[in-house]
Design a protein around this ligand. Structure first.
Ligand SMILES: C[S@@+](CC[C@H](N)C(=O)[O-])C[C@H]1O[C@@H](n2cnc3c(N)ncnc32)[C@H](O)[C@@H]1O
Length: 296
């Protein structure tokens, strides 16, 4: 078994070694324009997809492709890449939501439902009883991720307790001022226009409501950063190839993390969207951070 895994590892490295060699090139690609650009294209806005510069409308398609490709192996890969630590991050994230009964909760980019399942199992902060009467809506742009989440939810007995809605974080299919809590775990990094997604969360929250985001962030210690960079760029795409047979999606993952705003830049975006009492908390040396703010 061990020999087979090692063989697969070396085969993946060998067949994809050009990806490592091309890493420098792809890092440089951030400064390049999309190909086949013509005059009409010059009016289109660009953004980044990992280290590539792409048109905004292209990013949505590429991100959709990533999550469609990885949907079935998504949870397994999360365990492998983070050595299971993502479970602790999600536990901490849900714990600091201070949940209580009767909330209307919207989980943006909820994917396979790992955060909202934890919400479902949480206790009321006052009564320490289960919080049966919270309304939870998972909104995700990708039907494949929602389908995996729905199936897992059914297996766990959450059928009917969670609404699974296909929708865009930048244009949420939710009424103004109707949600008490909006959560987003590892989702905001993937949206095309981060500011628009933050404003949408603001729009749908009731006054007093809270927006809480768990997202990959930036390790500040230079020694740890160098270790983390080596691990991410050299191991994660290889693991992606071995486990999910998808190098490219995991190359995108590690690149997209580097493109995401720093902790304080992201906190500023919250403030600029109107959120108050904005704060962030680093977990695992800033590998991920929890940002939250209130609509007052
Ligand atoms: C890394 S997964 C996170 C899933 C889940 N929140 C978790 O923590 O396991 C990111 C999710 O964001 C979704 N997503 C990406 N862009 C989106 C958008 N514009 N609107 C809504 N969901 C989006 C993807 O389809 C994917 O399911």
């Amino acid at each position: 078994m061990y020999a087979r895994v090692v063989a697969k590892f070396y085969a993946a490295v060998a067949t994809k070694r050009c990806s490592i060699a091309c890493l420098g090139a792809s890092r440089r690609a951030i400064h390049q324009s999309p190909s086949n650009r013509n005059d009409r294209d010059s009016e289109r806005n660009t953004t980044h997809f990992g280290f590539q510069t792409v048109y905004e409308d292209e990013k949505e398609v590429k991100v959709a492709e990533v999550f469609h490709n990885v949907a079935n192996k998504y949870d397994l890969m999360n365990d492998a890449m983070s050595f299971g630590i993502h479970r602790l991050w999600k536990d901490t994230f849900v714990r600091q939501l201070n949940l209580q009964s009767g909330l209307n909760i919207v989980d943006v980019g909820g994917g396979t439902g790992k955060v909202n399942q934890r919400v479902k199992n949480s206790m009321d902060k006052n009564t320490q009883e289960n919080i049966p009467n919270c309304a939870i809506s998972v909104i995700d742009i990708n039907q494949s991720m929602l389908d995996v989440g729905k199936t897992r939810g059914k297996e766990l007995g959450y059928q009917g307790d969670i609404k699974w809605i296909k929708g865009d974080a930048e244009n949420l299919p939710v009424k103004d001022s109707s949600a008490d809590l909006v959560t987003a775990a590892f989702a905001i990094r993937n949206v095309t226009n981060i500011r628009k997604a933050i404003s949408e969360a603001y729009r749908i929250l009731t006054p007093g409501g809270r927006f809480s985001v768990l997202e990959f962030s930036h390790v500040t210690n230079p020694y740890l950063k160098s270790l983390y960079d080596t691990y991410s760029f050299e191991m994660i795409p290889v693991m992606g190839e071995i486990i999910a047979e998808d190098w490219k999606s995991y190359q995108y993952l590690v690149e997209s993390i580097r493109q995401f705003p720093t902790q304080s830049e992201f906190a500023d975006m919250f403030k600029q969207a109107g959120f108050r009492f904005v704060r962030f908390q680093n977990l695992t040396f800033g590998t991920v951070a929890i940002h939250s703010g209130f609509k007052i």
